[in-house]
Structure formats: structure tokens, C-alpha cells
Design a protein around this ligand. Structure first.
Ligand SMILES: N[C@@H](CCC(=O)N[C@@H](CS)C(=O)NCC(=O)O)C(=O)O
Length: 228
């Protein structure tokens, strides 16, 4: 069955959508190929077929699935290849990890680098994203990023549980990467693509893990250049 992933595309075809990177890695993990179709963030007509307004969206034959975690569950249930979760208990824990990253890490990262995303979008998309972010965080993007060199230190501290996990094993999921690794990689990959701000320090164990993650599947993460 043909797979099509709808994801955000910016100027110079930069595929910058945070959550879509979870799906890109999930597809590679399972050895599945898909067509990756870019969507402008302000073009809601392009994704109206999914009956909601966000990407990623996976079309799998005539099934349309949105939300990265639901997509991962769908891939696990309906496709072969290596397991993304490896059972009900680990799927449940991965869901908890998904929520932790989305409610703790992403909201601390997004205000620091949202201003940089403006530089990789056309005017219509930049206006849309600015309005979404400024509504969510209650301040102009310039103000949100004003102390970011200092604020990023707090974000690094929040990542301590992941660092502790990597002291015990090479990947968040164990001896091999799986969906939980893709969950955490995605905000770091988003930051890498949209912003020059160093989110991690060079000697951070998480930075070494991120490099290992970017190397996976023939350098999948590096197919998108880092923002200079
Ligand atoms: N919980 C969803 C979040 C999806 C989401 O927020 N996607 C962003 C892009 S990464 C989006 O489409 N935003 C469109 C908008 O805010 O207009 C998931 O995991 O897929």
C-alpha cells in the first residue's frame, strides 16, 4: 500500500516540522518508504482532507491518520519491520515519554527559537506561525528570545532524566534505538534545522547521542542541513 507523509515545507524545501521527524524515523525504523509531501503551514486547504489542521498526516492507502503518536501506533499495528515499541507496556511508557517531551521540553524550546523559524518561511507562513506562537506564549517572538543564551541553560537542565538514561544505556529505548528515541530527537532535530542556537553543549552526553541518532538509517537526520 502506498504511504504518503504530509509535513511542513519551508523556503528551499526545508522540512522543518518537529513532529514529522518522529514519523520519518519511525518509517525508516520499519524499513518503509513513503512519499514526503511538503505543506505550507498557512495552507490549511491542502490538508483539509484530514479533517483537522496539523501535520504530520500519514495517508496509508485509503486510511488517513494524523498525530505523530497515533501514526506510530498505526505503523506498529499494520506494518512489519522492527518494533517501534515492543509490546503494550513499553508502548504505554513511550506515550508517557511523548507527553513529557511535548509538555515539558517543547514549550521551553519553542519560545527560544521561534524567531529563527521566521527566516526560513515565506511571508504568508511567517505571519501565520508568528500569530500561533505569540498567542501561545503571550509575547512577541523577539521578546521571547531576548535572553535565550541564559534561558537555554534551564532547558538543558530539564533534559537531565534523558541524560541519566544514557548513562545506563546507549539509547533511550535500550541497546538499540526505538520510538522513544525518535520522540526526543525530534525537538533537537527541529532546533538543528531552524536555528543556529546551540541547544546542547558539545561535551553533553545527549549531544553525542544526538549525533548517533542523526547517523542512523544512512544519515537520515542529516538529509536536512543544519541552520548556519
Ligand atoms: N500532537 C501532534 C502535534 C502536531 C503539530 O502541532 N504540528 C505542527 C507542526 S510540527 C502543526 O502542524 N502546526 C500547524 C499550525 O499550528 O497551524 C503530533 O504529535 O503530531
Amino acid at each position: 500500500m502506498a504511504l504518503t507523509l504530509y509535513e511542513l515545507g519551508g523556503l528551499n524545501d526545508r522540512r522543518y516540522s518537529l513532529y514529522s521527524w518522529r514519523t520519518r524515523y519511525a518509517l525508516a525504523h520499519k524499513g518503509l518508504t513513503a512519499e514526503y509531501r511538503p505543506v505550507r503551514i498557512s495552507d490549511k486547504a491542502a490538508i483539509a482532507f484530514s479533517k483537522q489542521d496539523k501535520v504530520p498526516i500519514l495517508a496509508d492507502g485509503d486510511q488517513v491518520i494524523h498525530d505523530s503518536f497515533r501514526i506510530a501506533q498505526h505503523l506498529e499495528a499494520h506494518h512489519g519491520g522492527a518494533p517501534l515499541f515492543g509490546g503494550e507496556i513499553s508502548q504505554s511508557l513511550a506515550r508517557f515519554f511523548n507527553t513529557w517531551v511535548d509538555r515539558t521540553i517543547v514549550p521551553r524550546l519553542a519560545p527560544l527559537i521561534a524567531i529563527d523559524v521566521m527566516g526560513i518561511l515565506d511571508d504568508g507562513d511567517a505571519k501565520h506561525l508568528r500569530s500561533v506562537m505569540e498567542k501561545a506564549f503571550g509575547k512577541p517572538l523577539e521578546e521571547l528570545a531576548a535572553n535565550r543564551e541564559k534561558d537555554v541553560v534551564g532547558l538543558r537542565r530539564l533534559l537531565d532524566p534523558a541524560r541519566a538514561q544514557l548513562r545506563a544505556q546507549p539509547f533511550i529505548s535500550g541497546s538499540q534505538p526505538a520510538y522513544a528515541d525518535y520522540i526526543l530527537l525530534s525537538p533537537l532535530q527541529w532546533a538543528r534545522i531552524v536555528s543556529p542556537l546551540p541547544i546542547l553543549e558539545a561535551d553533553d552526553a545527549l549531544a553525542a547521542w544526538r549525533e548517533r541518532m542523526l547517523d542512523l538509517y544512512g544519515g537520515l537526520g542529516r538529509t536536512m542541513p543544519a541552520r548556519a
